[in-house]
Design a protein around this ligand. Structure first.
Ligand code: F6P
Length: 530
Protein backbone atom coordinates (compact mmCIF):
# COMPACT_ATOMS: atom_id res chain seq x y z
CA UNK A 1 0.00 0.00 0.00
CA UNK A 2 1.32 3.46 -0.85
CA UNK A 3 0.94 6.56 1.31
CA UNK A 4 -2.38 8.39 1.21
CA UNK A 5 -2.25 11.46 -0.98
CA UNK A 6 -4.25 14.20 0.68
CA UNK A 7 -3.65 17.85 0.04
CA UNK A 8 -3.57 19.11 3.64
CA UNK A 9 -5.02 22.50 2.71
CA UNK A 10 -8.16 20.82 1.43
CA UNK A 11 -8.96 19.18 4.76
CA UNK A 12 -11.62 20.52 7.09
CA UNK A 13 -9.04 20.65 9.87
CA UNK A 14 -6.86 23.03 7.81
CA UNK A 15 -9.78 25.40 7.28
CA UNK A 16 -10.55 25.29 10.99
CA UNK A 17 -6.89 25.94 11.80
CA UNK A 18 -6.91 28.93 9.49
CA UNK A 19 -9.90 30.41 11.28
CA UNK A 20 -8.39 29.58 14.65
CA UNK A 21 -5.10 31.22 13.61
CA UNK A 22 -6.87 34.51 12.84
CA UNK A 23 -8.45 34.37 16.27
CA UNK A 24 -5.30 33.73 18.27
CA UNK A 25 -2.43 35.07 16.19
CA UNK A 26 -1.95 38.11 18.42
CA UNK A 27 -2.68 36.42 21.74
CA UNK A 28 0.32 36.61 24.02
CA UNK A 29 1.68 33.58 25.76
CA UNK A 30 2.16 35.71 28.87
CA UNK A 31 -1.62 36.12 29.03
CA UNK A 32 -2.20 32.42 28.48
CA UNK A 33 0.14 31.62 31.37
CA UNK A 34 -1.53 34.25 33.56
CA UNK A 35 -4.98 32.86 32.78
CA UNK A 36 -3.98 29.30 33.53
CA UNK A 37 -1.33 28.75 36.19
CA UNK A 38 -1.50 25.03 35.40
CA UNK A 39 -0.74 25.46 31.72
CA UNK A 40 2.39 23.32 32.01
CA UNK A 41 0.26 20.32 33.02
CA UNK A 42 -1.61 20.51 29.75
CA UNK A 43 1.43 20.91 27.53
CA UNK A 44 4.16 18.57 28.67
CA UNK A 45 5.06 14.99 27.90
CA UNK A 46 7.10 12.80 30.21
CA UNK A 47 8.52 9.70 28.65
CA UNK A 48 11.39 7.52 29.89
CA UNK A 49 14.09 9.98 30.92
CA UNK A 50 12.71 12.74 28.64
CA UNK A 51 10.63 15.72 29.69
CA UNK A 52 9.20 17.75 26.82
CA UNK A 53 7.76 21.09 27.86
CA UNK A 54 5.85 22.61 24.97
CA UNK A 55 3.83 25.06 27.03
CA UNK A 56 5.88 28.04 25.82
CA UNK A 57 4.24 27.95 22.41
CA UNK A 58 1.61 30.17 20.85
CA UNK A 59 -1.09 27.58 21.28
CA UNK A 60 -4.21 26.82 23.23
CA UNK A 61 -5.84 23.48 23.92
CA UNK A 62 -7.92 24.08 20.81
CA UNK A 63 -4.79 24.53 18.67
CA UNK A 64 -3.51 21.12 19.69
CA UNK A 65 -6.91 19.53 19.14
CA UNK A 66 -7.16 20.99 15.65
CA UNK A 67 -3.60 20.01 14.74
CA UNK A 68 -4.35 16.48 15.85
CA UNK A 69 -7.53 16.59 13.77
CA UNK A 70 -5.29 17.53 10.82
CA UNK A 71 -3.03 14.56 11.50
CA UNK A 72 -6.04 12.27 11.68
CA UNK A 73 -7.78 13.66 8.64
CA UNK A 74 -4.69 13.31 6.48
CA UNK A 75 -4.39 9.68 7.67
CA UNK A 76 -1.15 9.91 9.63
CA UNK A 77 -1.78 6.63 11.45
CA UNK A 78 -1.90 4.76 8.14
CA UNK A 79 1.34 6.51 7.17
CA UNK A 80 3.12 5.39 10.35
CA UNK A 81 1.89 1.83 9.79
CA UNK A 82 3.05 1.91 6.18
CA UNK A 83 6.50 3.11 7.27
CA UNK A 84 7.12 0.46 9.89
CA UNK A 85 5.44 -2.36 7.94
CA UNK A 86 7.84 -1.94 5.06
CA UNK A 87 5.41 -0.65 2.43
CA UNK A 88 7.03 0.95 -0.60
CA UNK A 89 6.56 4.49 0.69
CA UNK A 90 9.62 5.86 -1.13
CA UNK A 91 7.58 5.55 -4.29
CA UNK A 92 9.72 7.78 -6.50
CA UNK A 93 12.65 5.39 -5.99
CA UNK A 94 10.40 2.32 -5.63
CA UNK A 95 11.86 1.48 -2.22
CA UNK A 96 10.77 0.54 1.26
CA UNK A 97 11.95 2.75 4.12
CA UNK A 98 13.10 0.56 6.94
CA UNK A 99 15.62 2.32 9.14
CA UNK A 100 13.43 1.26 12.08
CA UNK A 101 14.26 -2.38 11.24
CA UNK A 102 17.93 -1.71 11.93
CA UNK A 103 17.26 -1.04 15.59
CA UNK A 104 14.40 -3.39 16.32
CA UNK A 105 14.58 -5.98 19.10
CA UNK A 106 16.78 -9.02 18.42
CA UNK A 107 13.81 -11.40 18.05
CA UNK A 108 12.39 -9.28 15.23
CA UNK A 109 15.62 -8.62 13.31
CA UNK A 110 15.72 -9.75 9.68
CA UNK A 111 18.47 -12.21 8.76
CA UNK A 112 20.27 -9.46 6.79
CA UNK A 113 20.36 -7.06 9.71
CA UNK A 114 21.30 -9.73 12.25
CA UNK A 115 24.17 -10.97 10.07
CA UNK A 116 25.52 -7.45 9.43
CA UNK A 117 25.40 -6.60 13.14
CA UNK A 118 27.23 -9.83 13.93
CA UNK A 119 29.88 -9.01 11.35
CA UNK A 120 30.24 -5.52 12.87
CA UNK A 121 30.45 -6.87 16.40
CA UNK A 122 33.15 -9.39 15.57
CA UNK A 123 35.14 -6.80 13.62
CA UNK A 124 34.87 -4.11 16.30
CA UNK A 125 35.87 -6.47 19.08
CA UNK A 126 38.87 -7.75 17.13
CA UNK A 127 40.10 -4.26 16.28
CA UNK A 128 39.54 -2.90 19.79
CA UNK A 129 41.23 -5.82 21.57
CA UNK A 130 44.06 -5.76 19.06
CA UNK A 131 43.73 -9.26 17.63
CA UNK A 132 43.07 -7.85 14.19
CA UNK A 133 46.19 -5.89 13.28
CA UNK A 134 47.64 -3.87 10.43
CA UNK A 135 49.87 -5.48 7.83
CA UNK A 136 53.09 -4.81 9.78
CA UNK A 137 51.71 -6.63 12.81
CA UNK A 138 50.89 -3.54 14.88
CA UNK A 139 47.50 -2.97 16.50
CA UNK A 140 45.37 -0.13 15.13
CA UNK A 141 45.37 3.21 16.92
CA UNK A 142 43.42 5.34 14.43
CA UNK A 143 40.42 4.99 12.18
CA UNK A 144 39.51 7.26 9.28
CA UNK A 145 35.89 7.37 8.14
CA UNK A 146 35.69 8.64 4.56
CA UNK A 147 32.13 9.52 3.57
CA UNK A 148 29.84 12.48 3.08
CA UNK A 149 26.24 13.43 3.87
CA UNK A 150 24.58 10.55 5.68
CA UNK A 151 27.78 8.54 5.44
CA UNK A 152 29.49 11.14 7.62
CA UNK A 153 27.16 13.40 9.60
CA UNK A 154 25.33 10.82 11.71
CA UNK A 155 28.38 8.72 12.64
CA UNK A 156 30.43 11.85 13.34
CA UNK A 157 27.71 13.37 15.51
CA UNK A 158 27.30 10.19 17.55
CA UNK A 159 31.03 9.65 17.96
CA UNK A 160 31.48 13.21 19.22
CA UNK A 161 28.37 13.12 21.39
CA UNK A 162 29.53 9.94 23.10
CA UNK A 163 33.14 11.00 23.56
CA UNK A 164 32.88 10.05 27.24
CA UNK A 165 32.49 6.42 26.21
CA UNK A 166 35.46 6.46 23.83
CA UNK A 167 38.15 3.78 23.98
CA UNK A 168 41.79 4.06 22.87
CA UNK A 169 40.95 4.28 19.14
CA UNK A 170 40.98 7.75 17.65
CA UNK A 171 38.35 8.15 14.95
CA UNK A 172 38.71 10.87 12.31
CA UNK A 173 36.19 11.98 9.71
CA UNK A 174 37.03 13.10 6.21
CA UNK A 175 34.10 14.31 4.15
CA UNK A 176 34.96 17.40 2.15
CA UNK A 177 37.34 17.29 -0.80
CA UNK A 178 39.69 19.67 0.89
CA UNK A 179 43.23 18.54 0.30
CA UNK A 180 44.62 20.91 2.92
CA UNK A 181 42.66 19.23 5.68
CA UNK A 182 43.53 15.78 4.33
CA UNK A 183 47.26 16.60 4.40
CA UNK A 184 46.90 17.91 7.95
CA UNK A 185 45.33 14.66 9.08
CA UNK A 186 47.91 12.51 7.29
CA UNK A 187 50.70 14.35 9.11
CA UNK A 188 49.18 13.36 12.46
CA UNK A 189 48.83 9.66 11.67
CA UNK A 190 50.99 6.60 11.23
CA UNK A 191 49.73 4.71 8.19
CA UNK A 192 50.72 1.32 9.61
CA UNK A 193 48.36 1.73 12.60
CA UNK A 194 45.51 3.34 10.67
CA UNK A 195 42.35 1.67 9.45
CA UNK A 196 40.58 3.38 6.53
CA UNK A 197 36.82 2.91 6.17
CA UNK A 198 35.21 4.06 2.93
CA UNK A 199 31.53 4.65 3.61
CA UNK A 200 29.35 5.19 0.58
CA UNK A 201 25.97 3.65 0.01
CA UNK A 202 26.28 4.16 -3.75
CA UNK A 203 30.07 3.86 -3.90
CA UNK A 204 29.97 6.43 -6.69
CA UNK A 205 29.99 9.69 -4.74
CA UNK A 206 32.66 11.91 -6.27
CA UNK A 207 33.90 13.40 -2.98
CA UNK A 208 34.17 10.07 -1.20
CA UNK A 209 35.88 8.18 -3.99
CA UNK A 210 38.33 11.03 -4.64
CA UNK A 211 39.26 11.12 -0.95
CA UNK A 212 39.47 7.34 -0.79
CA UNK A 213 41.93 7.41 -3.73
CA UNK A 214 44.25 9.64 -1.71
CA UNK A 215 44.22 7.40 1.36
CA UNK A 216 44.53 4.19 -0.67
CA UNK A 217 47.58 5.66 -2.34
CA UNK A 218 48.95 6.68 1.08
CA UNK A 219 48.65 3.09 2.35
CA UNK A 220 50.42 1.76 -0.75
CA UNK A 221 53.18 4.36 -0.53
CA UNK A 222 53.82 3.12 3.01
CA UNK A 223 54.15 -0.45 1.70
CA UNK A 224 51.02 -1.56 3.51
CA UNK A 225 48.60 -4.18 2.30
CA UNK A 226 45.16 -2.73 1.63
CA UNK A 227 43.62 -6.09 2.52
CA UNK A 228 44.54 -5.28 6.15
CA UNK A 229 43.87 -1.55 6.18
CA UNK A 230 41.01 -0.84 3.78
CA UNK A 231 37.38 -1.49 4.64
CA UNK A 232 34.17 -0.45 2.88
CA UNK A 233 30.53 0.04 3.87
CA UNK A 234 28.23 0.05 0.86
CA UNK A 235 25.14 -1.32 -0.81
CA UNK A 236 27.12 -1.46 -4.04
CA UNK A 237 29.29 -4.45 -3.18
CA UNK A 238 30.36 -5.01 -6.80
CA UNK A 239 31.75 -1.47 -7.07
CA UNK A 240 33.56 -1.77 -3.72
CA UNK A 241 35.19 -5.03 -4.88
CA UNK A 242 36.02 -3.39 -8.18
CA UNK A 243 37.70 -0.60 -6.22
CA UNK A 244 40.02 -3.11 -4.59
CA UNK A 245 38.40 -3.75 -1.22
CA UNK A 246 38.58 -7.41 -0.19
CA UNK A 247 35.17 -9.08 -0.13
CA UNK A 248 35.52 -9.99 3.58
CA UNK A 249 36.25 -6.32 4.39
CA UNK A 250 32.95 -5.09 2.95
CA UNK A 251 30.03 -4.37 5.26
CA UNK A 252 26.68 -4.38 3.48
CA UNK A 253 23.91 -1.85 3.67
CA UNK A 254 20.63 -1.84 1.81
CA UNK A 255 18.62 0.35 -0.51
CA UNK A 256 15.73 0.43 1.98
CA UNK A 257 17.88 2.61 4.27
CA UNK A 258 18.27 6.23 3.17
CA UNK A 259 21.73 7.77 3.60
CA UNK A 260 20.51 10.33 6.14
CA UNK A 261 18.78 7.58 8.14
CA UNK A 262 21.69 5.16 8.05
CA UNK A 263 23.78 5.77 11.16
CA UNK A 264 22.02 2.79 12.77
CA UNK A 265 23.39 0.43 10.14
CA UNK A 266 26.91 -0.64 9.23
CA UNK A 267 27.41 3.05 8.37
CA UNK A 268 27.83 3.42 12.14
CA UNK A 269 30.94 1.20 12.06
CA UNK A 270 33.30 4.05 12.99
CA UNK A 271 31.07 4.94 15.94
CA UNK A 272 30.94 1.32 17.09
CA UNK A 273 34.73 1.18 16.88
CA UNK A 274 35.00 4.33 18.97
CA UNK A 275 32.60 3.37 21.77
CA UNK A 276 32.52 -0.41 21.49
CA UNK A 277 29.76 -2.58 20.11
CA UNK A 278 27.80 -2.93 23.38
CA UNK A 279 27.39 0.84 23.59
CA UNK A 280 26.41 0.94 19.93
CA UNK A 281 23.66 -1.55 20.74
CA UNK A 282 22.47 0.73 23.55
CA UNK A 283 22.18 3.53 21.00
CA UNK A 284 20.05 1.26 18.79
CA UNK A 285 17.95 0.29 21.79
CA UNK A 286 17.26 3.94 22.63
CA UNK A 287 16.14 4.57 19.07
CA UNK A 288 13.98 1.45 19.16
CA UNK A 289 12.25 2.68 22.31
CA UNK A 290 11.43 5.95 20.55
CA UNK A 291 10.09 3.93 17.58
CA UNK A 292 7.77 2.04 19.92
CA UNK A 293 6.65 5.28 21.52
CA UNK A 294 5.99 6.79 18.09
CA UNK A 295 4.06 3.77 16.83
CA UNK A 296 1.96 3.11 19.93
CA UNK A 297 1.27 6.42 21.67
CA UNK A 298 -1.89 8.46 21.03
CA UNK A 299 -1.03 11.61 19.11
CA UNK A 300 -1.68 13.90 22.07
CA UNK A 301 1.15 12.34 24.07
CA UNK A 302 3.30 11.39 21.08
CA UNK A 303 6.55 13.39 21.17
CA UNK A 304 7.51 13.33 17.46
CA UNK A 305 3.91 13.94 16.41
CA UNK A 306 3.44 16.93 18.73
CA UNK A 307 6.79 18.47 17.73
CA UNK A 308 5.95 18.01 14.05
CA UNK A 309 2.49 19.53 14.41
CA UNK A 310 3.85 22.56 16.25
CA UNK A 311 6.31 23.02 13.43
CA UNK A 312 3.51 22.80 10.85
CA UNK A 313 1.55 25.36 12.89
CA UNK A 314 4.41 27.88 12.71
CA UNK A 315 5.49 27.05 9.16
CA UNK A 316 2.10 27.06 7.50
CA UNK A 317 -0.04 29.41 9.57
CA UNK A 318 2.32 31.91 11.18
CA UNK A 319 4.66 31.63 8.14
CA UNK A 320 7.80 31.53 10.30
CA UNK A 321 10.43 30.18 7.95
CA UNK A 322 13.18 28.84 10.17
CA UNK A 323 13.57 26.80 13.33
CA UNK A 324 16.57 26.65 15.61
CA UNK A 325 17.97 23.78 17.61
CA UNK A 326 20.15 24.78 20.55
CA UNK A 327 21.78 21.94 22.48
CA UNK A 328 23.27 23.00 25.82
CA UNK A 329 26.26 20.67 25.63
CA UNK A 330 29.32 20.98 23.42
CA UNK A 331 29.23 17.32 22.55
CA UNK A 332 26.10 17.96 20.47
CA UNK A 333 27.73 20.69 18.42
CA UNK A 334 27.15 18.62 15.29
CA UNK A 335 23.42 18.22 15.94
CA UNK A 336 22.26 21.21 13.84
CA UNK A 337 24.39 20.09 10.86
CA UNK A 338 23.10 16.53 11.16
CA UNK A 339 19.49 17.73 11.40
CA UNK A 340 19.95 19.99 8.41
CA UNK A 341 20.43 16.93 6.26
CA UNK A 342 17.68 14.88 7.91
CA UNK A 343 15.12 17.66 7.76
CA UNK A 344 16.06 19.69 4.69
CA UNK A 345 17.10 16.86 2.38
CA UNK A 346 13.91 15.02 3.36
CA UNK A 347 11.36 17.79 3.19
CA UNK A 348 12.88 20.31 0.81
CA UNK A 349 10.36 19.32 -1.88
CA UNK A 350 7.85 21.29 -3.96
CA UNK A 351 5.94 18.52 -5.73
CA UNK A 352 3.19 16.70 -3.87
CA UNK A 353 2.52 12.97 -3.82
CA UNK A 354 0.10 13.33 -6.74
CA UNK A 355 2.80 15.00 -8.82
CA UNK A 356 1.34 18.50 -8.52
CA UNK A 357 3.29 21.60 -7.50
CA UNK A 358 2.45 22.33 -3.87
CA UNK A 359 0.54 25.52 -3.16
CA UNK A 360 1.65 25.79 0.47
CA UNK A 361 4.95 25.85 2.35
CA UNK A 362 6.87 22.61 2.99
CA UNK A 363 10.34 21.98 4.48
CA UNK A 364 11.49 24.28 7.23
CA UNK A 365 14.99 25.74 7.44
CA UNK A 366 16.83 24.32 10.44
CA UNK A 367 19.87 25.82 12.03
CA UNK A 368 21.53 26.27 15.39
CA UNK A 369 24.61 26.16 17.56
CA UNK A 370 25.37 25.12 21.10
CA UNK A 371 24.24 27.17 24.07
CA UNK A 372 25.58 29.23 25.73
CA UNK A 373 27.83 30.21 22.78
CA UNK A 374 24.82 31.01 20.60
CA UNK A 375 23.48 33.38 23.27
CA UNK A 376 26.54 35.54 22.64
CA UNK A 377 26.18 35.35 18.89
CA UNK A 378 22.69 35.36 17.38
CA UNK A 379 20.29 35.37 20.34
CA UNK A 380 19.95 39.14 20.10
CA UNK A 381 17.90 38.56 16.97
CA UNK A 382 15.85 35.92 18.79
CA UNK A 383 14.94 38.40 21.50
CA UNK A 384 14.49 41.67 19.65
CA UNK A 385 14.68 40.96 15.93
CA UNK A 386 11.74 41.19 13.55
CA UNK A 387 11.77 37.46 12.80
CA UNK A 388 10.22 34.73 14.90
CA UNK A 389 12.34 31.62 15.30
CA UNK A 390 10.70 28.74 17.15
CA UNK A 391 13.52 27.03 19.02
CA UNK A 392 14.18 23.63 20.56
CA UNK A 393 16.29 23.94 23.70
CA UNK A 394 17.95 20.62 24.52
CA UNK A 395 19.53 20.18 27.94
CA UNK A 396 20.63 17.43 30.29
CA UNK A 397 19.91 17.22 34.02
CA UNK A 398 23.08 15.29 34.81
CA UNK A 399 26.43 15.95 33.17
CA UNK A 400 29.08 13.27 32.85
CA UNK A 401 31.24 15.12 35.39
CA UNK A 402 28.97 16.75 38.02
CA UNK A 403 29.99 20.28 38.96
CA UNK A 404 28.56 23.66 39.90
CA UNK A 405 29.41 24.79 36.40
CA UNK A 406 26.60 22.63 35.13
CA UNK A 407 24.10 24.60 37.23
CA UNK A 408 25.39 27.75 35.60
CA UNK A 409 24.99 26.24 32.15
CA UNK A 410 21.47 25.10 32.97
CA UNK A 411 20.61 28.44 34.58
CA UNK A 412 21.23 29.94 31.16
CA UNK A 413 19.21 27.20 29.49
CA UNK A 414 16.15 27.91 31.64
CA UNK A 415 16.63 31.68 31.61
CA UNK A 416 16.56 31.90 27.83
CA UNK A 417 13.22 30.15 27.36
CA UNK A 418 11.76 32.27 30.15
CA UNK A 419 13.06 35.49 28.63
CA UNK A 420 11.90 34.58 25.14
CA UNK A 421 8.41 33.87 26.40
CA UNK A 422 8.00 36.68 28.96
CA UNK A 423 10.08 39.39 27.38
CA UNK A 424 10.66 42.53 29.39
CA UNK A 425 8.14 45.15 28.49
CA UNK A 426 7.62 48.53 30.10
CA UNK A 427 10.07 47.99 32.91
CA UNK A 428 12.29 50.90 32.06
CA UNK A 429 9.90 53.80 32.53
CA UNK A 430 11.69 55.08 35.60
CA UNK A 431 12.78 58.46 36.77
CA UNK A 432 16.30 58.33 35.39
CA UNK A 433 16.34 60.52 32.31
CA UNK A 434 18.89 58.54 30.36
CA UNK A 435 17.09 55.28 31.02
CA UNK A 436 13.82 56.77 29.87
CA UNK A 437 15.42 58.00 26.68
CA UNK A 438 16.56 54.49 25.82
CA UNK A 439 13.56 52.70 27.21
CA UNK A 440 12.14 51.66 23.88
CA UNK A 441 15.44 50.04 22.88
CA UNK A 442 15.53 48.04 26.07
CA UNK A 443 12.07 46.63 25.79
CA UNK A 444 11.54 43.22 24.40
CA UNK A 445 8.11 41.94 23.93
CA UNK A 446 8.60 38.21 24.37
CA UNK A 447 5.90 35.87 23.03
CA UNK A 448 8.64 33.94 21.24
CA UNK A 449 8.04 30.21 21.12
CA UNK A 450 10.30 27.42 22.31
CA UNK A 451 10.22 23.75 23.25
CA UNK A 452 12.30 22.56 26.17
CA UNK A 453 13.65 19.05 25.78
CA UNK A 454 15.14 18.07 29.11
CA UNK A 455 16.82 14.68 29.27
CA UNK A 456 18.34 12.98 32.29
CA UNK A 457 21.80 12.37 30.82
CA UNK A 458 23.53 12.16 27.45
CA UNK A 459 24.01 8.40 27.10
CA UNK A 460 24.04 6.10 24.07
CA UNK A 461 20.43 5.21 24.85
CA UNK A 462 19.08 8.74 25.29
CA UNK A 463 20.99 9.91 22.22
CA UNK A 464 19.42 7.10 20.18
CA UNK A 465 15.97 8.21 21.36
CA UNK A 466 16.69 11.88 20.63
CA UNK A 467 17.83 11.27 17.06
CA UNK A 468 14.96 8.87 16.34
CA UNK A 469 12.61 11.54 17.72
CA UNK A 470 13.79 14.02 15.10
CA UNK A 471 13.65 11.40 12.33
CA UNK A 472 10.01 10.72 13.12
CA UNK A 473 9.18 14.40 13.50
CA UNK A 474 10.53 14.86 9.97
CA UNK A 475 8.48 11.94 8.67
CA UNK A 476 5.26 13.30 10.18
CA UNK A 477 5.81 16.71 8.60
CA UNK A 478 6.54 15.25 5.17
CA UNK A 479 3.48 13.04 5.48
CA UNK A 480 1.18 15.93 6.33
CA UNK A 481 2.64 18.11 3.58
CA UNK A 482 1.86 15.29 1.14
CA UNK A 483 5.41 15.12 -0.21
CA UNK A 484 7.91 12.30 -0.63
CA UNK A 485 10.49 12.60 2.15
CA UNK A 486 12.86 9.82 1.17
CA UNK A 487 14.26 10.81 -2.21
CA UNK A 488 16.78 13.61 -2.94
CA UNK A 489 16.78 14.24 -6.67
CA UNK A 490 17.93 17.86 -6.26
CA UNK A 491 21.30 16.99 -4.75
CA UNK A 492 21.75 14.11 -7.13
CA UNK A 493 21.48 16.49 -10.08
CA UNK A 494 24.24 18.60 -8.50
CA UNK A 495 26.45 15.49 -8.36
CA UNK A 496 26.00 14.90 -12.13
CA UNK A 497 26.87 18.50 -13.01
CA UNK A 498 30.00 18.41 -10.81
CA UNK A 499 31.19 15.28 -12.58
CA UNK A 500 30.77 16.96 -15.98
CA UNK A 501 32.66 20.08 -14.88
CA UNK A 502 35.41 17.97 -13.33
CA UNK A 503 36.04 16.43 -16.77
CA UNK A 504 36.05 19.86 -18.44
CA UNK A 505 38.59 21.20 -15.93
CA UNK A 506 40.78 18.16 -16.49
CA UNK A 507 40.70 18.64 -20.25
CA UNK A 508 41.04 22.41 -19.82
CA UNK A 509 38.15 22.75 -22.21
CA UNK A 510 35.02 24.52 -20.98
CA UNK A 511 31.90 23.48 -22.84
CA UNK A 512 28.63 25.35 -23.28
CA UNK A 513 27.24 26.80 -20.01
CA UNK A 514 25.34 29.93 -19.15
CA UNK A 515 27.58 33.01 -19.48
CA UNK A 516 28.11 33.34 -15.70
CA UNK A 517 29.26 29.73 -15.22
CA UNK A 518 31.45 29.82 -18.35
CA UNK A 519 33.03 33.07 -17.19
CA UNK A 520 33.78 31.66 -13.74
CA UNK A 521 35.22 28.41 -15.10
CA UNK A 522 37.46 30.17 -17.59
CA UNK A 523 38.62 32.63 -14.94
CA UNK A 524 39.47 29.72 -12.64
CA UNK A 525 41.41 27.87 -15.33
CA UNK A 526 43.31 30.98 -16.33
CA UNK A 527 44.32 31.89 -12.79
CA UNK A 528 45.17 28.56 -11.24
CA UNK A 529 48.84 27.87 -10.87
CA UNK A 530 49.50 24.34 -11.88
O1 F6P B 1 23.87 14.45 -0.80
C1 F6P B 1 23.23 13.47 -1.53
C2 F6P B 1 23.50 12.12 -0.98
O2 F6P B 1 22.97 11.19 -1.86
C3 F6P B 1 22.97 11.91 0.43
O3 F6P B 1 21.64 11.57 0.44
C4 F6P B 1 23.89 10.84 0.92
O4 F6P B 1 23.83 10.72 2.31
C5 F6P B 1 25.21 11.34 0.40
O5 F6P B 1 24.91 11.88 -0.88
C6 F6P B 1 26.29 10.32 0.31
O6 F6P B 1 25.95 9.28 -0.56
P1 F6P B 1 26.74 7.92 -0.57
O7 F6P B 1 26.62 7.29 0.78
O8 F6P B 1 26.09 7.09 -1.64
O9 F6P B 1 28.17 8.21 -0.90
Amino acid sequence: MSLLKNNPTETQAWQKLKKHFYEIQFVKMQELFAQNPNRIREFNIRWNDFLIDFSKNRITAETINLLIELAEETGLKTGIDALVNGEIINETENRKVLHTDLRTSKDKQTDDVAAALKQMQHFCESIINGTLKGSTGKAFTDVINIGIGGSDLGPKLVTEALADYKNHLNVHYISNIDNDSIQCLKKKLQAETTLVIIVSKSFTTLETISNADIFKEWLLQNNLKTSYHLVAVSSNIAEAVNYGVEQQNIFPMWDYVGGRYSLWSTVGLSTALSIGFDRFEELLHGAHQMDEHFINTPFKQNIPVILALLSVWYNNFFCFETEAVIPYVDKLKMLPAYLQQVVMESNGKNTDRQGNPVNYETGTIVWGEVGTNSQHAFFQLFHQGTKMIPTDFIGFVNPYFPSDLHDLLMANFFAQTEALMNGKEGNYHHTDEDTDKNAKYKEFKGNRPSNTILIDKLTPKSLGSLLAMYEHKTFVQGFIWNIYSFDQFGVEYGKVLANNIKAELKEKHIKQHDCSTSFLLNYYLKNKNA
